[in-house]
Design a protein around this ligand. Structure first.
Ligand code: GDP
Ligand code: CA
Length: 329
């Protein structure tokens, strides 16, 4: 069996620990298609937060408390940069993490595509699943916000800031009009992505942020079409439990789109494949049992990713939804 997972960073990485455990039991192969919309160049280094969260988590090198970056991290480089007054100062750049960004940036500068660079980094981390960036091209999520300084007529002006600045520096608390995926129109799926989707027996949407983790993946031309046109069932796992995003700020992102922060709201945002969307089935938490979404098979199961065993059961429940008839098994 071949499983493809569309994923963001921290939430997706946790989910993938369960997918990997399931796959080991079932003898399945896993490919993760990872968001690159958070990627950013800082201090001359190419940083890929979601790819790194997944790689470090699956490779056993992630900081378990912080959820991002390396375990046993030190911050000398960050302090030294601050001593120079080098901007930005609000971004967490750990010493161990810097080594990853140096290797990545050097390889990219030498002409290797991001997918090949990711492979090379994974030779060290051995994540146990195949990691593919959604695209090798530059695709950046920006937030269009009201510029507090602009507009002498009182109408205000708008400006776009990188998602990292919106999220990390401003905690998503600026008046925000929309998100744009800069570069998406010209982006192509990374080498291997379309083949993975074509060969998939099941596609899972991790319980990642739908607005800024999954949407930028789907914004790569051809990727959404491959998903919708493919033979594999597409099963989503809700990132929202009982009206709350569990961890993180998905509620702030959903609010920008005017989508209710509920399990049904996110399912309707993705849409049923039968009605022009992408999903065949939707797994919600037991707290949301009874939620109905037109066109979708909906089932409830515990969705708190407390440990690998609980997460593995979640994955099992999601995959069962792709095999109608067995779904009660
Ligand atoms: P990011 O790129 O680091 O923001 O991570 P993701 O986009 O992959 O995942 C973030 C999302 O994971 C959050 O918005 C939460 O809604 C969701 N999430 C985090 N922990 C859990 C959990 O235990 N269960 C479920 N169902 N969702 C979770
Ligand atoms: Ca992310």
């Amino acid at each position: 069996m071949r499983i493809v997972v569309l994923t963001g960073g921290i939430g997706g990485a946790r989910f993938l620990t369960g997918v990997r455990a399931y796959a080991r039991q079932a003898g399945a192969e896993v490919t993760a298609v990872v968001n690159v919309g958070d990627d950013v160049i800082m201090h001359g280094l190419r940083i890929c937060p979601d790819l790194d969260s997944v790689m470090y988590t699956l490779g056993g090198g992630a900081d378990p408390e912080r959820g991002w970056g390396r375990a046993g991290e030190t911050w000398t480089v960050k302090e030294e940069l601050a001593a120079y007054g080098a901007e930005p100062t609000w971004f967490g750049l750990g010493d161990r993490d810097v080594a990853t960004h140096l290797v990545r940036t050097t390889m990219l500068d030498a002409g290797y595509p991001l997918s090949a660079v990711t492979d090379a980094l994974c030779a060290r981390w051995r994540p146990g699943v195949r990691l593919l960036p959604a695209t090798d091209d530059r695709l950046e999520t920006h937030a269009v916000v009201s510029d507090p300084g602009g507009g002498s007529d009182g109408a205000g002006t708008q400006r776009a800031i990188h998602f990292q600045e919106w999220w990390v520096r401003h905690r998503g608390a600026l008046p925000t009009h929309r998100f744009v995926f800069v570069g998406a129109e010209a982006a192509k799926p990374a080498a291997g992505v379309l083949d993975a989707l074509a060969g998939a027996d099941a596609v899972l949407l991790a319980p990642s942020n739908p607005v800024v983790s999954i949407a930028p993946i789907l914004a790569v031309p051809g990727l959404r079409e491959a998903l919708v046109g493919g033979r594999a069932p597409v099963i989503g796992v809700s990132p929202i439990i009982g009206g709350a995003p569990v961890r993180g700020m998905a509620d702030r992102c959903l609010a920008v789109l005017g989508v209710p922060c509920t399990a049904a709201g996110v399912a309707e945002l993705y849409g049923a494949r039968s009605a022009g969307g992408i999903l065949d089935a939707w797994l919600v938490d037991s707290a949301d049992a009874g939620v109905a979404v037109p066109g979708l098979t909906v089932r409830a199961a515990p969705l708190w990713m407390t440990d690998e065993a609980a997460t593995t059961e979640m994955v099992r429940a999601a995959l069962a939804l792709g095999r109608p008839g067995e779904e009660r098994g």
